[in-house]
Design a protein around this ligand. Structure first.
Ligand SMILES: *Cc1c(COP(=O)(O)O)cnc(C)c1O
Length: 397
């Protein structure tokens, strides 16, 4: 028997085997907490690349802007176009590097603001776009130690001078990205900060200081206000997770995402019966097994097999056997009242329990960022306004 009637009247939650809930109240709370943490003059960029870390870019961008974010940050041109097509008018920084002339033209057409990582790239933009009525705002990236995108920080003055004389482009900011901001050991962070600061001083001496400077990701935003400059680029913290345990004592964040699925089948198995592929789990005594309609093709890491727990009826229940592509199994021997159709919380809270992306990351040897982006599009995203009082905060969990 499927207990459809136990759930609110939203279609995915009424009839789907699995879905992702996006708590807009938590998102607005996180944005407000971040705004209070920043100086009033420091702008907040909502980093919504990778479909807002799996949360749904348009929904997140819209509500983050409404709650007080000023900018959106994306990684690719199509990600920026998606926001524009949804009617989002806030400035959008494209943080990835661009290669094709088609992309350069699309950037101008959709009013995205590109990151320029080298003088020759600036030249391509200028030559492709020609003289524009309104010059395209561009953001110059310096490499201060990440060794990813960016021009060497020692050549900041030459870089800015070169771009400045190109027609069609207007320098909107100079920025850099930190490699170790979530590490309690701040040695490398301080070196990058010092290099960025040195580059800015050289620019200032040549009267080339751009309208905006920015350096901080979530970890640097929470870790040190001296890194905020004119804007911070916040991803993970927006979604209610802390980049590192030592940063939990800063502001209160609530996880925005919950992942839920339905029990599709319940069965009794005899002692000695193997469960799932490879029989990695064998029942030591007679057991009740619940099959849940979510698997690794939905974003539950297969590495969690036999190690994870889920929440059912307010209790923690262990997962057993290999996680399969579309399904996983639970040991529900001690929950006789459980029924097919009942809802399981994989990530989120039930009663006094809370399972976070950090828990999964720790168990599977990865980072919470990867867990969040791992949820696939076959899981519908359901945006809800859920009260925060009912939420266990991820702090200290
Ligand atoms: C992804 C990204 C961010 C956001 O990082 P979080 O750690 O999620 O806050 C900031 N800046 C750049 C350049 C990025 O690529």
């Amino acid at each position: 028997m499927l207990s459809w009637d136990k759930t609110p009247s939203l279609a995915p939650m009424r009839c789907c085997r699995a879905w992702v809930e996006i708590n807009l109240t938590a998102l607005a709370h996180n944005v407000r907490q971040l705004r209070q943490w920043l100086m009033p003059t420091t702008e907040l960029m909502a980093v919504v690349k990778a479909d807002a870390y799996g949360h749904g870019a348009v929904t997140i961008a819209r509500h983050a802007l409404k709650a007080g974010a000023h900018w959106c940050g994306v990684a690719t041109v199509p990600e920026g176009i998606e926001l524009r097509q949804a009617g989002i008018q806030a400035p959008i920084l494209l943080m990835g590097a661009v290669h094709s002339l088609e992309e350069v033209r699309a950037i101008a057409q959709w009013q995205l603001q590109p990151t320029l990582v080298a003088p020759k790239q600036a030249l391509v933009f200028s030559e492709t776009l020609g003289r524009l009525d309104h010059p395209l705002p561009v953001h110059l990236k310096l490499d201060t130690g990440m060794s990813r995108l960016g021009h060497p920080w020692q050549q900041a003055v030459e870089f800015v001078q070169f771009v400045q004389q190109l027609p069609g482009l207007a320098i909107a900011s100079v920025y850099s990205h930190l490699a170790t901001a979530d590490d309690p050991d701040t040695t490398v962070l301080q070196q990058q900060h010092h290099r960025f600061q040195t580059a800015i001083e050289a620019l200032t001496q040549h009267q080339l200081r751009p309208p905006q400077l920015h350096l901080a990701n979530s970890a640097a935003t929470l870790g040190d206000t001296a890194l905020h400059y004119d804007m911070v680029r916040v991803g993970l913290a927006l979604y209610g997770l802390y980049p590192a345990p030592h940063l939990r004592s800063t502001i209160s964040l609530h996880p925005v995402m919950q992942v839920k699925a339905r029990i599709t089948h319940i069965k009794e198995i005899a002692a000695g019966t193997g469960v799932s592929y490879g029989h990695q789990f064998v029942a030591p005594q007679p057991m009740r097994i619940a099959v849940v309609g979510i698997g690794y093709a939905d974003g539950v890491p297969r590495a969690l097999s036999n190690h994870m727990a889920v929440l059912v009826q307010g209790q923690q229940v262990r997962q057993v056997g290999a996680i399969t592509m579309d399904q996983l199994m639970l040991d529900v021997t001690h929950l006789p009242g459980l029924q097919e159709g009942d809802i399981v919380t994989l990530l989120g809270h039930q009663g006094r329990h809370c399972i976070t992306a950090d828990d999964w990351a720790n168990l599977s040897g990865t980072i919470s960022w990867e867990i969040l982006c791992g949820f696939k599009h076959r899981l519908p995203r359901v945006a809800l306004e859920q009260p925060l009082t009912a939420l266990a905060t991820s702090r200290g969990s």
